[in-house]
Design a protein around this ligand. Structure first.
Ligand code: SF4
Length: 163
């Protein structure tokens, strides 16, 4: 897996001050994607154990409330194992901090559902230009869902995130 960039202090992608990781590679190619430079799976930099350590170190600060994993496409079959490794390592070290992630897949269509065990919130669905609404929080278009993943797993039906 490869990644595009890490933001050490991000206040735009999820609540509070977070560390954000933008993974590399996405095949959805949504019109007016906010991040087309992340589409190429060969772009960016190598994502390895050292990068995971670096991310965990950045998260090990009192003011960092969680990790956000964006893309590119974190849930693409080529990226999902790396995403799981990152999310699992994070939750082992910081069980009280949250993970938010964004994907173009619907939650029902994610190939490796192990990732759901580690996520607090998942914003799912492709960005659709014709449904774009700048008033929406955490999502670009109204078809996307901000899902409370742990409640969804427990109730076995989609539960939306409430602040
Ligand atoms: S899924 Fe996300 S990264 Fe991929 S094209 Fe759509 S908006 Fe861009």
């Amino acid at each position: 897996m490869r990644y595009s960039k890490i933001r050490k202090m991000d206040i735009a992608d999820g609540p509070g001050v977070r560390v954000s990781v933008f993974l590399q590679g996405c095949t959805f190619h949504c019109k007016e994607c906010f991040n087309p430079e992340t589409w190429d799976f060969k772009g960016g930099k190598e994502f390895n154990d050292e990068v995971i350590e670096e991310i965990l170190e950045l998260c090990d600060k009192e003011y960092i409330v969680g990790l956000s994993i964006l893309g590119g496409e974190p849930m693409h079959p080529k990226n999902i194992e790396g995403t799981i490794k990152l999310a699992k390592s994070f939750k082992e070290k910081f069980p009280n901090k949250t993970i938010w992630s964004w994907t173009g897949f619907l939650i029902e269509n994610i190939v490796n559902k192990e990732i759901l065990n580690y996520l607090d919130v998942l914003v799912d669905g492709q960005f659709q230009r014709e449904l774009r609404d700048p008033r929406l929080k955490w999502r670009g278009s109204s078809n996307q869902r901000v899902i409370d993943v742990q409640k969804t797993l427990k109730k076995e039906k989609i539960v939306l995130y409430e602040e």
